[in-house]
Design a protein around this ligand. Sequence first.
Ligand code: HEC
Length: 180
Amino acid sequence: MDSTQVNKGMAAILVAGIAYFLSGWIGATLVHDIKPEHEVLKIEGAAPATATSAPEKAEPLPPIAPLLAKADVVAGESTAKKLCVSCHTFNDGGKAGVGPNLYGAVGSARGHMEGFNYSAAIKGKPGNWSYDDLNAWLAKPAAFAPGTRMAAFAGIKSAEQRADVIAYLRTLSKTPVPLP
Ligand code: HEC
């Protein structure tokens, strides 16, 4: 090995060392370890979170009737079996889960399942499950009945999909409520 090769080797090591040092220094200069001045996440109560997000007010939705008229029951059933089965059963006489059995819910009084422990939000909202109520409920349960235990379900954004699901729920009855 002649001396130029040794020198090249030394130079390579030196350059590597400098590069290592420099990258560390640049990294430390660019990325500061900044601590937030105040907590970003406040856990107590849900108020601060809702203050920044969209208002909780239930916006009146357009009537669901036109969409119900062309709703797809089969699509509604498959959506319901994806989104609702974790909490609901649909068969006649089915057991309650996290939520009540939904057979015969369309058109009946709110809190229709005998023996199910409904929240005050549902018990305090008298009336029957009309098609438009169901539409608003499925769009955003927490807005339709603030304090409901179905609030864990965020809702179905698409009006078409809601119509399909409602059309399917309608079939869960010996005497389905006539379409509007
Ligand atoms: C995270 C669980 C959960 C999911 C998912 C869920 N629900 Fe519910 N649902 C509930 C609970 C709990 C109640 C009772 C609400 C209360 O008492 O406040 C309820 C109540 C209802 C009611 C009122 C029934 C009555 O007897 O008054 C309807 C209708 C309903 N759900 C439909 C649906 C549909 C349709 C879906 C799917 C698109 C769905 N839910 C998804 C938990 C859920």
